[in-house]
Design a binder for this molecule. Structure first.
Ligand SMILES: N[C@@H](CCC(=O)N[C@@H](CS)C(=O)NCC(=O)O)C(=O)O
Length: 222
């Protein structure tokens, strides 16, 4: 399999797809392309990017192609035996899938106003009203998952799973912008950052030379 991803410093959807590949336990080659450099418009029109219309991540498995992070999660879940991505308990699985889908479709203000930037930590600033609402909803989801299904594990449903992969870039945003989170969330966030796959990704981001100016601006005061 070959996973095409964008800059590890900035590409949050790529991080989700990459964590899904790791979670599958299957061998894969990763190809990192610099987003928005001078060759980007030409590159994204190439055959390898055509199925996703020039977006990353995109997973090639021989002739099979899967794009869009959540589709990659489900493809790899099936391909790797169906027991690594989602909780075994049906109620837990229903909630985990709902949370992953909500992450995929929602939290536009957080994503727009606080783009992922793994290499930076900015001084804390009050979030906008819309971002504060996104944070409150995420806290509510995390708290319920942890309380009902976290058990002894460190992650939302105990073991690291697909839902943690989907929320991992949110964790890095909370840290980068020092956004206000509930006390209980701090230990979950520490567990995400300490996970060996996250450490590998963060190391990769630190090693990149590429800088995208538009993602380097700290948030405006509200
Ligand atoms: N919904 C898609 C989003 C993919 C996406 O927007 N990727 C961004 C990078 S994080 C991208 O490829 N941007 C390049 C562009 O739009 O030209 C997913 O879940 O994979």
């Amino acid at each position: 399999m070959k996973l095409i991803i964008g800059n590890k410093a900035y590409s949050s959807w790529s991080l989700r797809g990459w964590l899904a590949c790791k979670l599958s336990g299957l061998p894969f080659e990763e190809v990192t392309v610099p987003l928005y450099d001078e060759a980007w418009e030409k590159r994204r029109e190439g055959d390898e990017f055509a199925p996703s219309s020039g977006k990353v991540p995109i997973l090639w498995d021989g002739d099979i192609v899967v794009w869009d992070s959540l589709a990659i999660v489900e493809y790899l879940n099936e391909k790797s035996g169906g027991d690594k991505f989602w909780p075994a308990d049906m109620a837990a699985r229903a909630m985990a899938r709902s949370m992953a889908a909500e992450m995929h479709s929602s939290f536009a203000a957080l994503r727009r106003e606080h783009s992922m930037n793994i290499r930076q930590i900015y001084p804390p600033a009050p979030p906008s009203e819309a971002v504060a609402q996104d944070i409150a909803r995420i806290m509510q989801l995390w708290a319920e998952a942890r309380a009902r299904f976290g058990g002894e594990g460190d992650f939302l449903f105990g073991e690291f799973g697909a839902v943690d992969a989907m929320f991992a870039p949110v964790v890095t945003r909370f840290i980068t912008y020092q956004l206000p989170v509930a006390r209980f969330a701090e230990s979950y966030m520490r567990a995400i950052i300490a996970h060996p796959w996250m450490q590998e990704w963060i190391g990769g981001a630190q090693a990149e030379d590429w800088v995208i100016d538009k993602f380097e601006a700290p948030p405006q005061a509200t």
